[in-house]
Design a protein around this ligand. Structure first.
Ligand SMILES: Cc1cc2nc3c(=O)[nH]c(=O)nc-3n(C[C@H](O)[C@H](O)[C@H](O)COP(=O)(O)OP(=O)(O)OC[C@H]3O[C@@H](n4cnc5c(N)ncnc54)[C@H](O)[C@@H]3O)c2cc1C
Length: 420
């Protein structure tokens, strides 16, 4: 029982952000018997988790700033619509992040990062399988792997160190050519001479459908949802005071910040200087049947992927370090679609819908999962970059363990909010 002067609680645990991370966190907390209030200013999965590529990319364990990627960087930056761009208007703001990004790719840091990310991915795979099974969502997951494509033997050879690092972590794959390549995906332009097939990679039917299905299950199991914008958090006796944009104040026993790319506005005033920024990404979703796509395809040299979704054929990716406020530049989506047509000559490119999303990105490509400096009633769960869907169930499990005091499934040191 609380003492007389303890404030009334409006929520046992409040989860701020109903993207895939907040949803999977709510899922794990409800399972652990907690009362959950999910709060989002837009709705359920209306931001980044809505329109991503749908990949459960368990083999993506290299930091973004790996040696192979850094070698491509000059060529990429020279193309204003290429795989990685920095609008001049944002160059000043992003520079400190870029310095950290570049440093994260040095061999000493990259090796430690691969170890941490591989452990996270093993948990991601087992927790996602458990969530999908428990929530009855098996029909929304395809298990037919992914095919990474190369335009030359030299490009495959350059990817060699990355594949050897993955092999050392027990990740299975095979390099394919000729008839084996054509069997995995017919209709590729002849420029693609080799590929790598990763069988354990999965894709969801559609990321928005998948996320909202989790949202429905958590609400059926007792979680509540409220549409509201959170402005401020402040630790108080026995919990956290939450100030909403309309001035209303609520008190929650514990708070989870899962506000994706926008999380810094809430965490900075609490004393945590976390270098969160955004890698904006673009895509076009073509009508279903626009191509006979057998599985997800990735074009590492061009920074984009093509996904077979129930909602259509989604073409996109790219990284634009443009912050949260610059207007989108959909010429990027057009540029990727044009390339996709050259790569898959039978692709029908009419009738597409364009989208931009804000990846929540830390410069070392690892998310932040841990307690706030302001106290153990506030937990952070954001910054999953390119991998939020993939790592959502694992993140939910870890946050639930932190909040209930259960033994941790993973050493969280590499993911600490205080590591910077
Ligand atoms: C083009 C593209 C392709 C991608 N492909 C993949 C992929 O194939 N596989 C993969 O694993 N990942 C992929 N990602 C990354 C993935 O989409 C993200 O990592 C993930 O969606 C992040 O989820 P989140 O819940 O942290 O953020 P979000 O989905 O952005 O959710 C954050 C939520 O917080 C809410 N919010 C923010 N501030 C407040 C506030 N103050 N008060 C209330 N609510 C607030 C927002 O409204 C939003 O709904 C891709 C991303 C992009 C852009």
């Amino acid at each position: 029982m609380g003492s007389m002067d303890q404030p009334r609680q409006d929520a046992d645990v409040m989860v701020i952000g109903a993207g895939i991370i907040g949803l999977a966190t709510a899922y794990a907390l409800v399972e652990a018997g907690r009362e959950v209030l999910l709060v989002d200013r837009k709705g359920i999965a209306e931001e980044t988790s809505r329109g991503n590529a749908g990949g459960l990319a368990f083999s993506d364990v290299l930091p973004m700033a790996n040696a192979g990627m850094l070698a491509k960087l000059p060529r990429w930056l020279a193309d204003p619509l290429g795989p990685l761009t920095i609008p001049p208007a944002y160059l000043m703001q992003i520079t400190p992040w870029l310095v950290r990004f570049w440093r994260a790719g040095w061999p000493d840091r990259a090796a430690a990062s691969i170890k941490a990310q591989s452990a996270m991915m093993r948990l991601a795979a087992s927790e996602m399988a458990a969530l999908v099974n428990d929530a009855g969502l098996a029909a929304m997951v395809r298990s037919d792997g992914v095919l990474e494509l190369y335009e030359s033997e030299a490009e495959l050879a350059a990817a060699g160190p990355g594949w050897r690092a993955r092999a050392a972590e027990g990740i299975g794959f095979s390099h394919v050519r000729g008839a084996d390549l054509a069997a995995l995906q017919p209709g590729l332009a002849p420029r693609f001479v080799a590929g790598t097939f990763i069988p354990k990679w999965q894709t969801v039917s559609d990321p928005f459908d998948f996320a909202t299905a989790i949202g429905t299950v958590v609400q059926q199991r007792g979680a509540s949802f409220r549409r509201a914008e959170v402005k401020r958090l402040a630790p108080v006796d026995g919990g956290v005071r939450v100030t909403l944009a309309d001035g209303q104040e609520l008190v929650a026993g514990r708070v989870v910040v899962a506000a994706g790319a926008w999380s810094k506005a809430l965490t900075k005033p609490l004393g945590d200087a976390i270098p969160l920024d955004t890698e904006r990404g673009y895509n076009t979703t073509l009508p279903p049947g626009s191509f006979d796509l057998r599985r997800q395809l990735t074009f590492g040299g061009h920074g984009f992927v093509i996904s077979p979704l129930t909602s259509g054929i989604r073409v996109g990716g790219a990284v634009e370090l443009g912050g949260l406020h610059l207007p989108p530049n959909f010429a990027r989506a057009d540029a990727m679609l044009k390339k996709a047509k050259a790569f898959l000559p039978d692709l029908q490119t009419a009738g597409g819908k364009q989208w931009m999303g804000f990846r929540p990105s830390l410069p070392d490509s690892l998310p932040v999962i841990g307690f706030s400096r302001a106290g153990r009633n506030i937990v952070y769960a954001f910054g999953h970059g390119h991998l939020g869907l993939t790592q959502s169930a694992a993140t939910g499990r870890l946050v639930s363990e932190l909040l209930t005091g259960a033994p941790l499934s993973l050493d969280l040191t590499p993911f600490s909010p205080q590591r910077f």
